[in-house]
Write a protein that binds this ligand. Structure first.
Ligand SMILES: Nc1ncnc2c1ncn2[C@@H]1O[C@H](COP(=O)(O)OP(=O)(O)OP(=O)(O)O)[C@@H](O)[C@H]1O
Length: 261
């Protein structure tokens, strides 16, 4: 599966979003619980419960991602970036439209949900298994994962429970576990923002490698520099709509002009 593409996108699609809409339903608490009879008649009429508010977070987004691409997602707070990633990963249903994916996309941090009371060591093993690695692969890659995370650089922290880690340390471990596996589609939501500069450099390097191994990487970030350094294409979302989809330089320039950053 991991055909080499020498850095050039091979034009094999990995994710296709076709007129995708995602709507959250939030129970606003208005109107109380109501009677069972009222609820039943509402269900039969296919009506919405009173007090349920809808948030239309992604509105008619269409794009095709290819192998070997690294795609940045930008846009102001609440523009729908994380929601779009979750929908692509299959963690949120589409209200309308469709997402087609090649293999199971991995959303970094969600697939490897780590357990705070367990040691870093145990979490590497569990996280690796949760990401779909075999026991053998986890054993082989264990040292690499711990080294990459840099958790043990200042002492034997990997044998301490995760709850004793700083948020940056936990984020590094999560990234290291996820990045140890070859992914068809890897999605990263702001993870690079937490590590220090040295770790960010290492992560960017690993993202480049993953792309060479014929994967597609999506990166959500508010840091235009890390998008420029890692992505060759950018999707700009605003109020749930896709405003622009193009080469990184073009889209970031337009974004910076608009936001004055
Ligand atoms: N669990 C949820 N329930 C209801 N509404 C939600 C939920 N999560 C997000 N939203 C809403 O959906 C919209 C898009 O949110 P989303 O988190 O996708 O934006 P984002 O671009 O990732 O934002 P940020 O840059 O701040 O992380 C926002 O209006 C937000 O209020």
């Amino acid at each position: 599966m991991a055909e080499q593409n020498n850095g050039t996108p091979s034009h094999i699609p990995t994710v296709i979003a076709d007129e995708l809409h995602v709507v959250y339903r939030v129970n606003g608490g208005k109107g109380g619980k109501g009677s069972a009879t009222a609820a039943l008649s509402r269900i039969l009429r296919r009506g919405e419960s009173p007090g349920v508010r809808k948030v239309h977070a992604v509105k008619g987004v269409s794009f095709t991602a290819y192998r070997g691409e690294s795609i940045g997602l930008i846009g102001s707070n609440g523009s729908g970036k994380s929601t779009l990633l979750k929908a692509v990963a299959g963690l949120l249903p589409a209200e309308r439209g469709t997402v087609y994916t090649h293999g199971q996309p991995s959303l970094l941090g969600v697939n490897a949900a780590l357990m705070n009371d367990l040691t870093g060591e145990k979490n590497v093993i569990l996280g690796g298994l949760a990401m779909g690695m075999s026991r053998e692969q986890v054993r082989e890659r264990y040292d690499g994962i711990v080294d990459f995370s840099g958790i043990n650089e200042k002492g034997d922290f990997i044998s301490l429970p995760m709850r004793t880690y700083s948020s940056g340390m936990a984020a590094r471990l999560r990234f290291s576990i996820a990045a140890a596996k070859d992914h068809d589609v890897l999605m990263i939501d702001e993870a690079l923002a937490t590590g220090d500069r040295k770790f960010q450099k290492r992560s960017e390097e690993r993202i480049r490698e993953l792309r060479k191994e014929a994967g597609t990487v999506f990166l959500v970030s508010h840091n235009n520099k890390s998008i420029r350094d890692t992505c060759d294409r950018v999707l700009w979302l605003e109020r749930g709509e896709l405003l622009m989809d193009g080469p990184t330089d073009e889209v970031i320039k337009a974004y910076e002009k608009e936001t004055g950053k």
